[in-house]
Every structure is written in structure tokens, then in C-alpha cells.
Write a protein that binds this ligand. Structure first.
Ligand code: 218
Length: 186
């Protein structure tokens, strides 16, 4: 199989896996962590930004196919289900320096730092987008007397923080134990 096609098949698989993880019951509502962010950061660090962004786009679009979109308006849906999910692929921009460090025996710690930085970038930008959407579109859900800014910050800050936490835990385990996952030979 050509290298491109192999990467595309992996992107489809990881986007599907992300969507499956999005079905974990969200007992905390909008405060819930987004477990699908785990496979998305992994494929972005393995294949780089082009494929990472494609995986994010597919993950976002799968919400439409499976009827998991919370619709308030056209602009809100484009911002939160296309732009925000696309942003997860930003982790891939650090893939080249991450993989370079990973190949050097003495730079494992630096590699882990770059993987963490990639996760922080992707999750931060995604939840910044949800925060902005929260202020603009979700303010009517704020409790009596709470400002739209503070409401959106508590909701999306918690969800973003928990999402980052689960991604960092998985990277902290996988980067040291399975470095070859991040260095594809095809
Ligand atoms: C305050 C607030 N409430 C709800 C939303 C909508 N939101 C938040 C996080 C993630 C997603 C994507 C699907 O998981 C959505 C639609 C918000 N932005 N702000």
C-alpha cells in the first residue's frame, strides 16, 4: 500500500475511534471530558498536521452522520462541530520536532515535553473556540445572575481541563512505553 493510503486508512480508523469514545455516557453534561481527543492527538503526533486536521474534520462530521449535533444556529454548528474539531489536528504541527526528539536516545524527556505541548495547543484552541461559542450562543443557559463570560469559562474551562488531563495521562504512558507508535515506517 502506498504511504499516503496507509496514512489515510489510519486517519479514518482513529477518527472513528474518537467518535466511539464520544459515546461514553457524559454524566457531567457539558463539563464532561472529551475522550475522543485521545486518539485525535495520537494520530496527529504519528502522521502530522495534514492528516491530523483531516482526522479532526472527519470526527466533527461524524457528529452530523450519527445525530450527535446540538444545534442552536448554523454559525454555532459550523464553529463548534467543524472549526473546533478541526483544531484538534493542530497537535500535528509539533509532530516533526517531536519525532526528531523521539529518535534520539537521550532526548526522550524533550520528546515527552513536545508531545505535551502539542496536546496543550490542540485542546486549548479547541476549548477556546467552545468558550467563545459559549459566550455568543449559550448564554441563555447560564444560571440566574451569572454572566455569560463566567458561565462559559466554568463549563468549557472544566471540560477543556479534564480533556487535557486524560490526554496527558495517556501520552505520559504511551510515549515512554510505545515510542514506535509515533514513528511510522510506512
Ligand atoms: C456554555 C456552553 N455550553 C455548551 C457548549 C457547547 N459545546 C461545548 C463543548 C463541546 C461541544 C462540542 C460537542 O461535544 C459543544 C457543542 C458551549 N460551547 N458552551
Amino acid at each position: 500500500m502506498s504511504k499516503n493510503l496507509t496514512a489515510l486508512v489510519e486517519v479514518a480508523l482513529f477518527a472513528a475511534l474518537a467518535m466511539v469514545l464520544s459515546f461514553i455516557p457524559d454524566f457531567m453534561g457539558w463539563f464532561n471530558p472529551s475522550f475522543g481527543a485521545i486518539p485525535l492527538v495520537l494520530i496527529s503526533l504519528r502522521r502530522g498536521s495534514k492528516y491530523g486536521l483531516l482526522a479532526g474534520l472527519i470526527w466533527g462530521l461524524l457528529h452530523f452522520v450519527l445525530g450527535k449535533v446540538y444545534y442552536l444556529s448554523f454559525a454555532q454548528v459550523v464553529i463548534e462541530y467543524i472549526l473546533a474539531f478541526l483544531a484538534m489536528g493542530l497537535a500535528g504541527y509539533l509532530a516533526p520536532s517531536f519525532q526528531r526528539a523521539l529518535k534520539e536516545k537521550g532526548e526522550r524527556t524533550q520528546a515527552l515535553g513536545l508531545a505535551f505541548l502539542a496536546a496543550i495547543l490542540a485542546v486549548f484552541v479547541r476549548y477556546l473556540i467552545h468558550y467563545i461559542a459559549g459566550v455568543i450562543f449559550w448564554s441563555s443557559y447560564a444560571p440566574e445572575g451569572m454572566s455569560a463570560y463566567w458561565y462559559s469559562f466554568t463549563v468549557n474551562g472544566t471540560a477543556g481541563g479534564l480533556t487535557l488531563l486524560v490526554v496527558l495521562i495517556v501520552l505520559g504512558i504511551l510515549v515512554p512505553t510505545s515510542p514506535r507508535f509515533f514513528l511510522p515506517n510506512k
